[in-house]
Design a protein around this ligand. Structure first.
Ligand code: SF4
Ligand code: SF4
Length: 238
């Protein structure tokens, strides 16, 4: 995002709408400036139409900067998946997709949140921390297309410096291997320069217990069930 300094009056109305604090009052001239390194191209400041002077404007974004918008602006689709946003249907539709069959644990590790964001270099750190533990990354997730070599967990070098509101690593692992994966996520969460939210899911066992719940508790994670629960209203694909 850019500011037309000829139009900006320095009213500061737009400042609080930036989720990463990238809009700052310039030292001189009373106008605002946008820190281009911090801006995640979420489009929020423009979409709320707070600037009555039409001083904010969106330049065309080129690779790799366009990734910022694809991961941060809910109105920008990923060309690789045609999906708006950062993830896929995740575990919420597992009853239809069967992505995580019995014996598997599905995990989505989301790096960054509004207020903090993340560099894609941090996504690479997490991918490399869990890859040796035998995880299988979800190919439909937009982060998958950023791998230079999925066998090593390395992302393309030209994307590492890009900053986004958040990015999700989606993968599955065996029930037996899930504890080690969660422990690795816990360790690497102390090394990355952002926050990680972990979403974990599995099918219920016939005895009425939930393997995902058991392993998360064993790893010392505090569970916070949310309200996005589907009730098997779709027809299973598999
Ligand atoms: S709302 Fe517009 S005029 Fe006011 S500070 Fe922001 S860009 Fe400048
Ligand atoms: S596009 Fe988003 S990150 Fe960039 S200045 Fe506007 S609100 Fe802030």
């Amino acid at each position: 995002m850019k500011v037309d300094t000829d139009k900006c009056t320095g009213c500061l109305e737009c400042v609080d709408y930036c989720p990463v604090g990238a809009i700052k009052q310039a030292d001189v001239g009373g106008v605002v400036s946008i820190d281009q390194d911090e801006c995640v191209e979420c489009g929020c400041c423009l979409q709320v139409r707070v600037c009555e002077y039409e001083a904010l404007w969106q330049p065309e974004l080129e690779w790799p900067r366009v990734l910022r918008s694809q991961f941060s602006n809910p109105r920008t689709p990923h060309p690789s998946t045609s999906i708006y946003g950062r993830g896929t249907d995740e575990t919420k539709t597992n009853d239809v997709t069967g992505r995580y069959p019995r014996g598997c644990i599905g995990i989505a590790a989301e790096l960054g949140r509004p207020g903090i964001g993340t560099r894609l270099s941090e996504v690479e750190k997490v991918a490399r921390a869990i890859l040796p533990l035998g995880v299988e990354f979800e190919k439909d997730n937009p982060t998958y297309n950023l791998f230079e070599d999925v066998a090593t967990g390395r992302l393309r070098p030209d994307v590492l410096g890009e900053r986004v509101l958040s990015a999700i690593l989606e993968f599955k692992t065996s029930q037996e291997g899930a504890l080690q994966v969660l422990q690795a996520l816990d360790r690497v969460s102390r090394e990355v320069d952002t926050v990680i939210a972990v979403n974990i899911g599995s099918m219920w066992d016939p005895d009425g217990t939930l393997p995902a719940e058991k392993v998360a508790e064993e790893a010392g994670f505090r569970l916070r069930p949310n309200g996005k629960i589907n009730l098997g209203l779709g027809r299973p694909k598999v």
